[in-house]
Design a protein. Sequence first.
Length: 193
Amino acid sequence: MSQSTEIEFKTMLNASDFKRIMTYYHVTSADIVEQTNCYFDTVDAKLKKAHTGLRIRLLPEYAEVTLKTPQKEGLLETTERLTPAEAKKYLTLQQIPKNGPVEKKLATLNIAITDLHMISQLTTKRAEFSIAAGLLALDESFYGSTGHDFELELEVKDAKTGKAAFAQLLKELAVSYVPAENKISRSLKKMQS
């Protein structure tokens, strides 16, 4: 189990800016990792109402269940690592691990894991690497059979200096800022359209 604070700034990209930035940073196919996020909520959207997100993420070597809860600055990420077999079992059952840190954190929000079900899924091809300003991620995400978008994320340690660094990065890359909803919101919208 791990807990960490996530402070990130992001913008949506068009396809040509995405390709140009991938070239600028010399990203090759070997640098790209495919991950699938499976999002959960209750029937009455208790997590959404609490501005909280819950996912199981499938990666090539392992999986993880992560609960993101709001803090004064950024989001608190509570994460449990899973084996691919464990993740497959939980996804089949539409559940998360019992008696773990994520369940305990959900209990503080008065949410029982038995009330959860999977609400959405997306697959992202991500290139992630460190730059002077922080951890940069370039994402190409796929929602269902027709949804598709591009995003740039910069994860930083400090919100104030990170905001300035993000603005400078966009200027250096000649990219216009386009507000980016979180992936769970975009996934739900794309799946409904």
